[in-house]
Design a binder for this molecule. Structure first.
Ligand SMILES: [Zn+2]
Length: 386
């Protein structure tokens, strides 16, 4: 639980942030529904609408909400309620990737509330994979139609602004999320002669489109990495050694769709693990709804995230993502130092510097103090005078 004094200090910071923010508000803003949260609930109010970004900014300065969200849908009457009264006009395609959905070993060490560098690097890699392995090659979107935002905590939102997708209904959106999650991918389709006597084993070629090509390319990459990488996918040592020795020959075969040289026992398990390596992980309950449920509200870009004090910053194109450092580029509050009492088991890296672990009173930059306070790892003792 956050204390009242700290909350009123953070609200003042948030208000000041919006006072000097002039890049708030999405396109077609008069057709969007907005939501605002408090420190108890991320969406405490919804069905809000604003005619222009200046009205929105005034609201944010006045109310200083720790969370601001908006609809990926467009409506004729965005403030209408119930939902049916809004007059749905269409919706952007949005993907929500969060580090907690990737099942990282580091999360077993530090728990779900904490975010480490590995969490952030992994979710960034997952986001790049979504764009480079699925959205561009398989769905044919261009990189100019795909924009990426930091979520403000431990993930990224990928927005596709292709007009052809606006009218997709929930079932059609679900087909897209099922595809990137590998749901319904059947190995038998890729190996039509599997189990047929006297027939050579034909299979996917690396140049094939969609899942077939992905599976073939991934198999070749794993084979090239060596015995250990293959054993991690469940191939026994003897087979892995044999495959590695013959890898040049096997590769030649697979390039033309001939898989006879790559004999693997327990094929079903093996291919299941290859598939799991390649799928995009979005959580079942919450995040897939961002893509499938057009009434869902999503964090408004360039607004403050109330669990970190960071900005849900617009990153831009996928080519900009590699260089983006959320713990540096999304810092909002940097007006000097503050005294906190902190209790952390791990270090954090912000603004390119290392902080902690802490046990007791310490002076830290404002962004570190606010981050640890909002995450529940610190108390604010002395704050800089606003
Ligand atoms: Zn981690």
């Amino acid at each position: 639980m956050l204390d009242e004094q700290g909350i009123s200090f953070v609200k003042k910071l948030i208000s000041d942030y919006y006072r000097s923010s002039y890049r708030i508000g999405p396109d077609r803003m008069e057709q969007r529904e907005f939501g605002a949260g408090n420190f108890e609930r991320k969406i405490a109010f919804r069905h809000l609408s604003f005619p222009n970004s200046e009205e929105l900014r005034r609201y944010l300065v006045r109310e200083s909400p720790p969370y601001v969200s908006y609809s990926s849908s467009y409506y004729r009457f965005p403030a209408g309620r119930p939902m049916e009264a809004k007059g749905w006009l269409g919706a952007e395609l949005v993907f929500d990737l969060d580090a907690t959905d990737i099942n990282l070993p580091c999360q077993k060490t530090h728990g779900r509330g904490w975010v480490c560098r590995n969490c952030l690097d992994s979710v960034k890699a997952e986001t790049i994979k979504l764009v480079d392995e699925f959205l561009i090659p398989d769905f044919g979107f261009s990189s100019g139609e795909i924009s990426i935002n930091f979520s403000g905590n431990r993930g990224y939102h990928v927005h596709v602004s292709d007009k052809a997708t606006y009218s997709l209904n929930s079932a059609e959106r679900k087909e897209i999320t099922d595809y990137i999650a590998g749901i319904g991918v059947e190995m038998q389709e890729f190996f039509p002669t599997l189990g047929m006597r006297g027939k050579s084993l034909t299979g996917p070629k690396p140049s094939d489109k969609g899942w077939a090509g992905k599976m073939a390319r991934h198999f070749l990459a794993i084979m090239d990495k060596g015995t250990d990488a293959m054993m991690e996918l469940g191939i026994d040592r003897q087979t892995a050694n044999m495959i590695y020795k013959k890898r040049a020959l096997i590769q030649l075969g697979i390039n033309s769709g001939n898989w006879d040289m790559a004999y693997i026992k327990n094929k079903a398990d093996f291919w299941k693990r290859i598939l799991e390596n390649l799928t995009i992980k979005q959580s079942d309950r919450i995040d897939r709804n961002v893509t499938n449920d057009t009434s869902h509200l999503i964090r408004l870009p360039n607004t403050i995230h109330g669990e970190t004090g960071l900005v849900a910053k617009v990153v831009g194109r996928v080519s900009d993502l590699e260089r983006f450092d959320p713990m540096k580029d999304a810092i909002a509050f940097r007006r000097g130092e503050m005294k906190i009492s902190a209790n952390t088991n791990f270090e954090i890296y912000m603004n390119g510097l290392r902080f902690g672990p802490y046990g007791g009173r310490i002076n830290v930059p404002e962004y570190v103090g606010i981050y640890l306070y909002l995450k529940g790892y610190a108390k604010l003792l002395e704050m800089p005078i606003p």
